[in-house]
Write a protein that binds this ligand. Sequence first.
Ligand SMILES: NC(=O)c1ccc[n+]([C@@H]2O[C@H](COP(=O)([O-])OP(=O)(O)OC[C@H]3O[C@@H](n4cnc5c(N)ncnc54)[C@H](O)[C@@H]3O)[C@@H](O)[C@H]2O)c1
Length: 279
Amino acid sequence: MDIQTIGVCGAGTMGRGIALTMARAGFATFLFDLNPQALAQAQLEHEKELAKGKISEAEKSKTRALIRYTPELEECLAELFIEAIVEKPAAKVALFNQLAELNHGDCIFASNTSSLSITEMAKQILHPERVIGLHFFNPATLMKLVEVVQTSFTKPEIIDTAVALIKQIGKTAVVCADAPGFIVNRVARPYYIESLRLAENNAGSFEQIDRLLASAGFRMGPFRLMDLIGNDINYAVSCSVYEQLGKPERLEPSWIQHQLVQQGKWGKKSGEGYYAYHA
Ligand SMILES: NC(=O)c1ccc[n+]([C@@H]2O[C@H](COP(=O)([O-])OP(=O)(O)OC[C@H]3O[C@@H](n4cnc5c(N)ncnc54)[C@H](O)[C@@H]3O)[C@@H](O)[C@H]2O)c1
């Protein structure tokens, strides 16, 4: 399938990075968000990223010309949509259905969800064979891996198109089945949950646990990583994987996460989480 225009929905942590990656790879891209402030912030961050990169002025101008920012749903016309909105299935399904009414019947709907069932979403969308997962990692501009999630409905041509596109943008596509948390988030869950248990039991402070695990070879300690991901998102993913796997005790989300989410301490993006951040 020929992809000309890519619509990225949700201009938060992930959508910003995905949109910039697509435009830098030469795709006409638009970033849609209901919140104009998120769009303005995304545009600012794109400018900062472009200023950092060792790319020519001509390339920067080309990238800028390829990205549009819009809060208007009616302007969302594309061959491929990648949604990176809140981790709530009903919101994602509602958005895809609104987009389905505006677009032709064979545009592809990809969800960047970290944990929700792509199959359950697909069942609620017209032409479920075109719904897939495209799970980018944070920060999306740098991280190479993308999990391409297929369901029993997915047409093989759609997976082929997605894999070719991921290669075209310089990333590594790994096709995987639609299982709770897919591969990476399933395996990563105990890293967060066990670290939270240690903190719950006063066996170490957030900083001590982070320092020890980073010294033991992990790229980032669990608490810094959760702050980078966003505690609202990480908690939603923890709950979703826990519930989908039948609530195993070892994966029970922590009251510490719950408390931080309730207090609006969502991590780096809100200025405070396990740590405090300055703008
Ligand atoms: N944060 C991570 O590290 C990470 C990594 C991989 C995947 N994900 C997944 O990506 C998705 C987004 O996560 P995030 O961290 O970027 O979230 P975020 O909270 O940073 O941003 C979400 C954005 O979506 C917008 N939004 C909410 N509802 C909308 C709607 N109906 N239409 C348009 N815009 C809407 C919000 O205004 C916000 O700007 C989630 O599904 C999450 O599981 C997150």
